[in-house]
Design a protein around this ligand. Structure first.
Ligand SMILES: Cc1ncc(COP(=O)(O)O)c(C=O)c1O
Length: 423
């Protein structure tokens, strides 16, 4: 660095320190950590309340209020089938959280066995899962709690690095599964390409027995743009490769209707559903069929679902635009970081220069802006590059998103410049 350069950077740093001190003095209290819908989005589904109007009986005589119907009512299976692009008979409808289903799916395969006790993964040794990263921290937390070793795999713009995935799976029969969020991935926003979907469907031909892809399509219909990317059908790919048992698809209405009072879905082969139901039948006598029928009436066809999702997009798109605008304004030359521009989903991923994510999160916290802890999107909370930060703009009001992003940009600039001048 020439001394002229050094002087210019020092002047810039002093100015940033001044701006940062001024921000701190404002005692802000902002939060970009929560990947949850805003109240205005929840309001869109208030018609769920009262929609049954006292009609608790289905045409086949089922009393929605009573026990039973372990895999859900047909009316709700149709909704799951729509979301997951499968036949209704391949759908199981759970309670309000797809995480509950995923937890039990993994627990069942690990200790009970997908095809009887001898097939339990844990009987064969130390179980491992592939974790495309950055990924969803709660997927990784399930592995951690259940004692499954996690192997991070890089995420590309079109999905996981499949050369690496295939090599790992081929070489190690104790790798029993992989987490996937195929559309608007949490948190990178990418949608898997047709080629990636096909290679995922083919993994079971390389992997050890009873390998499972947990294919969490949480953002299947959560488009922000007019011409959304199209996700290829994984079940059709599985049919081509004869691997239908290897993929368990997941979805929920958490970010469609009420996040805390929606429906979760699992789609799988008949053999997988039959095996899982034996386990589920011990966990519950049956799901909340009242809520299932409320959802079936409220989201009665594809047109109703699409119209609702467009209303969601109208509320949250301006917040995403605001995040991207602030990043462009403050960091537009990409010298201090890069980011994705999501076409759907709930998150923006920002990448600082290596080694600075933790520092940016700390600086932001001191200036009153809470960010998801650096590393949270990686197995064991460890980002090897200390570079990734997940931004979640849906919940705060747009004015808060704007303020928080102004602080964020200054923190990135400050952390980068301080490091540059100290190095
Ligand atoms: C990828 C993914 N899966 C699942 C969930 C949680 O879903 P649910 O509310 O159905 O448990 C989330 C929530 O952020 C998510 O991002």
């Amino acid at each position: 660095m020439t001394s002229n350069n050094h002087d210019t950077l020092n002047t810039q740093l002093q100015e940033l320190e001044r701006q940062y001190a001024e921000l701190r003095s404002r005692k802000l209290n902002l939060d970009l950590t929560r990947g949850k819908p805003a109240a205005a989005q929840l309001d869109l589904s208030n018609a769920l309340d009262g929609i049954l109007d006292g009609h608790y009986k289905l045409a086949d005589g089922t009393d929605l209020r009573n026990y039973g119907g372990l895999d859900g009512i047909d009316e709700a299976k149709r909704l799951g089938a729509e979301l997951l692009d499968v036949a209704p008979e391949n759908v199981l409808v759970g309670g309000n959280a797809s995480l509950t289903l995923m937890y039990h799916i993994v627990l069942h395969a690990l200790h009970i066995g997908v095809r009887g006790p001898d097939s339990a993964w844990a009987r064969q040794g130390k179980v491992k899962f592939l974790c495309p990263s950055p990924g969803y921290d709660r997927h990784f937390a399930i592995c951690e709690e259940l004692g499954i070793d996690m192997i991070a795999v890089p995420m590309d713009d079109d999905g996981p690095d499949m050369d690496r995935v295939e090599q790992l799976v081929r070489d190690d029969p104790m790798i029993k599964g992989i987490w996937c969020v195929p559309k608007y991935s949490n948190p990178t926003g990418c949608t898997y390409s047709d080629a990636v979907v096909d290679r995922i469907a083919r993994l079971a031909t390389l992997a050890g027995e009873h390998f499972r892809v947990i294919y969490d399509n949480a953002y299947a219909v959560h488009d922000l743009v007019g011409e959304p990317p199209r996700l290829a059908s994984i079940m059709q790919a599985c049919e081509r490769h004869g691997t239908q048992d290897s993929v368990i698809q997941i979805a929920s209405t958490s970010k469609i209707t009420f996040a805390g009072a929606g429906l979760a879905f699992m789609a799988a082969s008949k053999a997988n559903l039959d095996s899982f139901k034996k386990h589920l039948g011990l966990v519950t006598i049956g799901p909340d069929k009242v809520n299932q029928q409320r959802h079936a009436l409220f989201l009665k066809d594809r047109a109703a679902l699409n119209a609702l999702m467009q209303q969601h997009a109208a509320i949250i798109r301006p917040k995403f635009d605001c995040v991207i605008d602030q990043l462009e304004k403050g960091l537009g030359n990409r010298a201090m970081g890069r980011w994705n521009e999501p076409r759907g989903g709930y998150f923006v991923s920002f990448y600082t220069r290596p080694g600075l994510a933790g520092e940016v999160v700390r600086l932001a916290a001191e200036a009153g802006v809470k960010l998801t802890p650096a590393g949270a999107a990686f197995p064991y909370g460890k980002d090897p590059e200390d570079s990734h930060i997940r931004l979640a703009p849906t919940f705060p009001a747009i004015g808060e998103v704007e303020q928080a992003m102004q602080v964020f940009v200054i923190c990135v600039q400050l952390a980068t410049l301080r490091r540059q001048l100290s190095g």
